[in-house]
Ligand binder design. Sequence first.
Ligand code: NZQ
Ligand code: ZN
Length: 392
Amino acid sequence: MENFNFYSPTEFVFGKGCAVEAGRLVKKYGGTKVLIHYGGGSAVKSGLIDKVKKSLADAGVPYCELGGVQPNPRDTLIYKGIELGRSEGVDIVLAVGGGSVIDSAKGIALGIPYDGDFWDFYSGKTPEKALPVGTVLTIAAAGSEGSGNSIVTKEDGLLKRGARNDILRPKFSIMDPALTQTLPAYQTAAGCTDIMAHIFERYFTNTPEVEITDRLCEAVLLTMIKEAPRVIADPDNYEARANIMWAGMIAHNNICGVGRQQDWNSHNLEHELSALYDVTHGAGLAVMMPAWMEYVYKHNVLRFCQMATRVFGCQMDYENPEATAVEGIRRFRSFLHSIGMPINFAELGAKEEDIPVLVEKLGIGSGKRAGFMELDRNDVTEIYRIAAHASL
Ligand code: NZQ
Ligand code: ZN
């Protein structure tokens, strides 16, 4: 195990009806003027925004609001939020929504106290200051409610890039699983896929002797394999929703990733798909991650056998370990298909002829991308090709 520093300061308030806690928590973390940030309408339609406003009013905290965050959030709305936040004297941003809303809120929180262009932090600059962010989560997926990450798309050039720093971890996150019951099945399934992908990005490592994090990762994966189909079959199943929501947080606040090298190339490859075609992040991962696995498994066949046997219930073939590894990947892809996810470019809405564009935008140049297996331009081209043609 490698040395590590794990800092996860978010207060999580979890359970039925807890959105009414918003006002109390904003006050607790020093907020005196709130920017309520939300998406394209689901939180307004469900009455959640009104509930949050009432909670703030009851706590005596004034607010202003900015809706309209779209999935794969754009820099353009963040600039508006920064302007609004400054003119209104906002000192805390409350994101009511999913990963897109939370990431947009984090961008605004970075931009308000910063003299330059907030995009600097999505181009490699280390942030030193950000306003506090609180969240009311409405979809279990991205894990931004506990993570120090924010992923934003720059409209000019369609660049999807991330900022990462512990100061971006929310001060508090309100997590009511019942709020996710209004999600369309596709979004629920895409969220479940993203949660599993966040684990696999950490599971495939070259660091030896990481039994504790391996076992935590496997626990989350087994939970998702049990609960995702339950919730697809019965969207109002609160208990399944609750397990998935907490799994989504655990999958990405890095408790499962400490002390080990991580990969993240499936995410990097997917971000180019969601930037170019505006596809749902989790759906893009359903196409990219099994393709990445098929390309890299020979780098460490036994690690893939571990996944296949411990997570997907395969019998170990000691004569032919590769067959076990390949069967594990096959079961992963068919699981994703069984919950309604696409498995290839055509089902996702991506085009094989765009592969050179996708590769170019990854910006690898003549170098290599680090990870479980280092990848150069030819490697990523081949992974996109596998993804384009994948079948069950
Ligand atoms: O905009 P509204 O109307 O709210 O609709 C949203 C949106 O269309 C809808 N939705 C959310 N909660 C709902 C609901 N509809 C009905 N009922 C509810 N309760 O779902 C759609 C998707 O929402 P979005 O916020 O985009 O989903 P998700 O949480 O999957 O976030 C995806 C974004 O997070 C980034 C992704 O790249 C993508 O941009 N990620 C962020 C990470 C992070 N910050 O740590 C890590 C992830 O790997 C990921 O990259
Ligand atoms: Zn993700």
